[in-house]
Design a protein around this ligand. Structure first.
Ligand code: HDE
Length: 701
């Protein structure tokens, strides 16, 4: 038990025992105890437990007795430890922190959190993948959830967004179909956490409104290097309301301080094997090291009159409002500075609901958002088991809250008095509605015909998909085409493959040709008719990743491979230069105990070579003597270390002794392959990826 937890236990009022550090139990087991005073182990009723190792038996080798209530209580509780995982976004990692407003939106909204500059509001932020189960890996090709709970003075505000600013569908009624299509196929129970299968692409092929999001999903946005290097988006248009009830439309954007960065697909696949918890560990390590992840919060503000002039509908969640049309205004920052004490109590039990807003923030008529307003509250009941889930500490507002709702499973409060209704004349101190500062919905006129209708302004499914594709760098376009080829190559039904290529023709003929070629289609399929002409919108370079990557070593990790005979001074110089530039550094050696350096000293390793491949680093240094390199030629993990770093477009610094290993790994000198004593070049090359190398290591579509 850590000192911190031991202190907590002691403060719960248990009398400490005088346990020695090692005790011998009746059956001869050794009971190792951490130093310090231990609180008494008890049942859930507070009964001190004398023996936690042996159940109650009829005789030493006889049957266990039903009477053993201590055994039964322990096993009973264990049997019920799991709760249903989230139906989507089951796999997630979260952290505490704060939001600080830097620029007031007082002109547009009464929401205190958007008025009080400099005030720090506590937040809890959960990042997630969408399709996989709670135990799935961190790095599939998938959208990432980006959900922030602000514990404001006026109640909890949940901004439940994603790392992509658009969505697959325009209406919530399609969501169960979409999710059923992407999840593992129901008859066979696979694939886990993957879009590369028939049902997903079949559904896409008959859902033209998804095409813009398909482009984003096939881009490097779905392969984030770190949760700290992703943008976040509220997606929908929301409203801000001022004190007179005047409303302004708003879109919310999170922008990471470390800039955007992604992995390459082959790397993401290999990370999944090397470290299934890659993103969770990265977030944990950063926070534990005091390297607190940070994002800017920015808004796009626009009026109804401006919205009316957009060549798309601002209520359609499959559309972005280009930054070039409505610029981003930075209004604050979020810093995550504390890892949860307990994963289940906080990260698993946190319940986000887009319907959690505060006075001064309201919804738009986006039909996707409107459906979400029901779904999240509803799903928490099956997940958390009680309408009182708001009382779980991670979900409870940090401001006072009071009403006349009563009872229900797992009610934790004990309301006093005879009055549980409002209005009343009996209880002078009972909670009352307050018009002045209470929540008001936007008073907007509604007219038109009732019906199951999709507005005509929602009919353009291809123009923004085209804009997104054409806004990318040539490297990113090649990644998108290759991703489509990979995904559709996993599809067994030829019709689905060709139908998707047909949709691509409406987006970009060159893209369609590249994908058709990658699939070896005999003929170009027809493009499906588009209900409206596809427009050539001006490109938006803000939609790139490579364009937005910050060349820095901050938040990045460097691995230095050493073996017996390595030059210690060279290793230390590289380590210092990388750390000075903000990187974390790990020494990797064939044995965890370390390597015996050229000067006879020993250098301890942070990771053993076979379990610490280069895929978990952003750049590597290989510091070997000639003998060391000869020895490692027989170790495939060493060859992979060099060749993976090379094909994943990472900088490699190498000692002259390492040449034999580089040769065997197929590393060909280029701007990113530098001498180990060339610190400046290494730091520069390590701060980015060697995109130009890609054509020589991979056949892209
Ligand atoms: Fe969600 N979504 N969603 N979603 N969503 C859930 O709520 C739903 C959508 C998002 O870390 C569920 O608590 C519907 C868009 C995040 O706990 C569920 C529709 C966006 C998370 C649900 C959408 C999101 C969820 C499952 C279509 C980006 C994880 C568990 C109308 C703006 C939150 C839960 C966390 C989770 C429903 C579409 C983001 C079932 C019906 C669009 C980040 O209620």
């Amino acid at each position: 038990m850590s000192k911190k937890n031991a202190d907590k236990g002691a403060s719960q009022g248990h009398a400490p025992t005088n346990a020695s550090d090692t005790e011998v139990g009746a059956a001869g087991e050794l009971h190792q105890q951490a130093g310090g005073s231990h609180p008494q182990l008890t049942t859930n009723q507070g009964l001190p437990i004398a023996d936690n190792q042996n159940s109650l038996r009829a005789n030493p080798r006889g049957p266990t007795l039903l009477e053993d209530f201590i055994l039964r209580e322990k096993i009973f509780h264990f049997d019920h430890e799991r709760i249903p995982e989230r139906v989507v976004h089951a796999r997630g990692s979260a952290a505490h922190g704060y939001f600080e407003l830097t620029e007031s939106l007082g002109q547009y909204t009464t929401a205190k959190i958007l008025n009080e500059v400099g005030v720090k509001t506590p937040v809890f932020t959960r990042f997630s993948t969408v399709a996989g189960g709670a135990g799935s890996v961190d790095t599939p090709r998938d959208v990432r959830g980006f959900a922030v709970k602000f514990y404001t003075k006026e109640g909890n505000w949940d901004l439940v967004g994603n790392n992509i600013p658009v969505f697959f569908i325009q209406d919530a009624i399609k969501f169960p179909d979409l999710v059923h299509a992407v999840k593992m196929e129901p008859d066979r129970g696979f694939p886990q956490a993957a879009t590369a299968h028939d049902t997903f692409w079949d559904y896409m092929s008959v859902t033209p409104e998804a095409m813009h999001m398909v482009m984003w999903a096939m881009s490097d946005r779905t392969l984030p290097r770190s949760l700290r290097m992703m943008e976040g988006f509220g997606i929908h248009t929301f409203r801000l309301l001022d004190k007179d009830g005047k409303s302004t439309f708003v879109k919310f954007h999170w922008r990471p301080k470390l800039g955007l960065q992604s992995t390459v697909w082959d790397e993401a696949l290999k990370i999944a094997g090397a470290d299934p918890d890659f993103h969770r560990r990265d977030l944990f390590d950063a926070i534990q090291n005091g390297d607190f992840p940070e994002w800017e919060l920015a808004v796009q503000l626009f009026s109804q009159e401006e919205a009316d002039k957009f060549p798309f509908d601002h209520l359609d969640a499959t559309k972005v409002i280009p930054e070039e049309t409505v610029p981003l205004k930075v209004i604050g920052r979020m810093v995550l500075d504390r890892w949860p004490d307990n994963f289940f109590a906080e990260t698993e039990q946190v319940a986000f609901c887009p319907s959690h807003v505060v006075p001064g923030i309201d919804f738009s008529n986006d039909p996707l958002l409107q459906g979400r307003l029901f779904s999240y509250l509803d799903t928490q009941l099956s997940r958390l088991g009680s309408p009182n889930f708001h009382q779980i500490p991670i979900n409870a507002p940090k401001c006072p809250f009071a009403n006349h709702q009563r009872d229900g499973h797992m009610q934790m409060t004990q309301p006093k008095g005879r009055v549980a209704y409002e209005p009343n004349t009996l209880a002078a101190d009972s909670p009352r509605e307050t018009r002045a500062n209470g929540f008001h919905s936007a008073a907007v006129p509604e007219n038109g015909e009732r019906g199951r209708i999709r507005a005509e302004s929602f009919a353009d499914h291809y123009s923004q998909a085209r804009m997104f594709y054409r806004s990318q760098t040539s490297h990113e376009q090649a990644h998108m085409a290759s991703a489509l080829v990979f995904e559709l190559s996993k599809v067994e039904t030829p019709r689905v493959r060709t139908a998707m290529v047909g949709h691509m023709r409406n987006i970009d003929e060159d893209l369609a040709r590249r994908v058709a070629d990658g699939l070896a289609l005999d003929a170009m399929p027809d493009a499906p008719p588009s209900p409206v002409p596809v427009q050539d919108m001006p490109p938006s370079p803000a939609l790139q990743i490579i364009g937005k990557m910050v060349p820095t070593l901050k938040g990045r990790a460097i691995g230095i491979l050493v073996a017996d005979g390595s030059d210690g001074e060279q290793v230390q110089a590289l380590k210092r230069a990388a750390m000075d530039a903000g990187a974390t550094v790990k020494i990797v050696a064939p044995k965890i105990g370390g390597a015996k350096l050229a000067d006879g000293s020993k250098l301890e390793a942070d990771g053993q070579l076979q379990g610490t491949p280069s895929v978990i680093f952003d750049a590597v240094a290989i510091v070997l003597s000639e003998e060391g390199a000869q020895m490692l030629l027989k170790e495939s993990a060493a060859i992979d270390f060099a060749s993976d770093a090379y094909v994943h477009l990472k900088a490699i610094a190498a000692s002259s002794g390492a040449q034999a290993l580089l040769d065997k790994a197929g590393v060909i000198p280029d701007a990113g392959v530098v001498a180990a004593d060339d610190m400046k070049d290494f730091i520069k090359a390590a701060s980015t990826r060697q995109w130009d190398r890609e054509v020589s290591v991979r056949i892209l579509a």
